[in-house]
Design a protein around this ligand. Structure first.
Ligand code: S3P
Length: 444
């Protein structure tokens, strides 16, 4: 259990956060299915992305970490096997805590000639897989839940010819969309995934970068449809993964909360389908400047943040809901911490998806904010936070959820007494060096 105390002085300094988790996973997966080799720099060496590497190695893909990096930049080289070159794994594929590995890989496996089985840790075995099993079955795949509860372990029967579908998903989920599109690479006919709001579109951007024919269709199917036309091979590419905005969000929040702070975070991905957190805190008066914006496969920028007193846009209740939610779904825990110390009432709605993340995040946010003295109530699809109550230290149960551990580490910076966080090592999932970077900013 780690012990943390209030920030002794303003946070000053610069930080590079690790590579984007979603983009790192996809880099390895798409490179494995490509012809020729791909070089990946900026790859996130967190437990989730290492699970993806392990799984593809078990399917015969040679993936090398450079010991002596060229020009000092650590590089991962993936020797692609082409769309039809994966080998049958000799044991079940273990995805650890990673929903992205599990769901995206299921789409690929559903179209292979061989049988396979996927499973993960205790949390993965509770997460809903019916949401991918249904569309995959519509495409002609045979995917069964071994325990019959629509959860992992999943058994995937190979050797079935898939056909394209038009799928209307009832929730905006990039994992579901990506699973279907990846199966669609092997299907006969086009695959279309329609969502109520656009979820992160890294799969569309990156598959196109690797050579696939895929786009977001704003006319025929509405702005939140992805359309894939199969038949194009993928080719090896060089990929430079930007810093993860989900990881940057913790230090953005820290700088906004601690008076006098000024922090510069370098090279962060700012894809608009991921950047809702920036928009939301700006609406609450956050002083954030984007510098050195550029686009290298995905848009990125340096983010300069200065301490700001957060308030509701019209000194009224701040309602966070609708299409912005999927663009900041992983940042809701840290956003809730900010809302608790802001000078307003915040209603977070349309966020029922929080219940099926690494933990039930509506419950784990409310439990821990309440333990620190905040006024917060859970609702069916979010929570209501009456901001402005001073926070005190508490024992935080992270429920082994990395985003809960990091959000409440940041909350400790404004708590009046010591905060202890249980199972803080779960930050390894997405940000293994989190506490080192956290301390360097505090002690600068
Ligand atoms: C992810 C999509 C999101 C997100 C997860 C990563 C991805 O999940 O919460 O951390 O890389 O596609 P959903 O698709 O379930 O919303």
């Amino acid at each position: 259990m780690i012990k943390l105390t209030r920030a002794p002085k303003p946070l000053k300094g610069e930080v590079y956060v690790p590579g984007d988790k979603s983009i790192s996973h996809r880099s390895v997966m798409f490179a494995a299915l490509a012809e020729g080799s791909s070089q990946i720099t900026g790859f996130l060496e967190g437990a989730d992305c290492l699970s993806t590497i392990d799984c593809f190695r078990k399917m015969g893909v040679l993936i090398e970490h450079s010991d002596r990096p060229l020009n000092g930049v650590p590089t991962i080289t993936v020797h692609g096997q082409g769309l039809h070159g994966l080998k049958e794994p000799t044991s079940p594929l273990y995805t650890g805590n990673s929903g992205t590995t599990t769901r995206l890989m299921a789409g690929i496996l559903a179209a292979q000639k061989f049988n396979s089985e996927i499973t993960g840790d205790e949390s993965i075995e509770k997460r809903p897989m019916g949401r991918i099993m249904r569309p995959l079955s519509d495409m002609g795949a045979i995917v069964t839940s071994v325990k019959g509860n629509d959860c992992c372990p999943l058994r995937i029967e190979g050797g079935h010819t898939l056909h394209g579908i038009v799928y209307h998903n009832s929730v905006a989920s990039a994992q579901v969309k990506s699973c279907i599109l990846l199966a669609g690479l092997y299907a006969q006919g086009d695959t279309v995934v329609h969502e109520p709001a656009l979820s992160r579109n890294h799969t569309e951007i990156m598959l196109r970068y690797f050579g696939a024919d895929v786009h977001n269709d704003a006319t025929r199917y509405g702005p939140s449809a992805a359309v894939l036309h199969p038949g194009m091979p993928l080719y090896g590419r060089s990929i430079n993964v930007p810093g993860d905005i989900s990881s940057a969000a913790y230090f953005i929040a820290a700088a906004l909360m601690v008076p006098g702070s000024e922090v510069l975070i370098h090279n962060v991905g700012i894809n608009s389908t991921r950047a809702g957190f920036l928009a939301a805190v700006r609406q609450m008066g956050a002083d954030i400047t984007l510098l050195n914006e550029n686009n290298d496969m995905e848009p990125r920028a340096d983010i300069l943040v200065r301490y700001s007193e957060l308030h509701s846009p019209n000194n009224d209740t701040f309602e966070l809901g609708g299409k912005i939610i999927p663009t900041m779904i992983d940042e809701i825990p840290i956003f809730a911490v900010l809302a608790a110390i802001s000078n307003c009432k915040t209603i977070i709605k349309d966020a029922a998806e929080l219940k099926v993340k690494e933990s039930n995040r509506i419950d784990t946010i409310v439990e821990n904010l309440t333990a620190m003295g905040a006024d917060v109530t859970a609702t069916d699809d979010g929570m209501i936070i009456n901001g402005g109550k001073p926070l005190h230290g508490a024992i935080i149960d992270s429920h082994k959820d990395h985003r809960i551990a990091m959000s409440f580490a940041i909350a400790s910076l404004v708590a009046s007494s010591e905060t202890r966080i249980k199972d803080e090592e779960c930050v390894d999932i997405s940000y293994p060096t989190f506490f080192r970077d956290f301390r360097s900013l505090i002690n600068n």
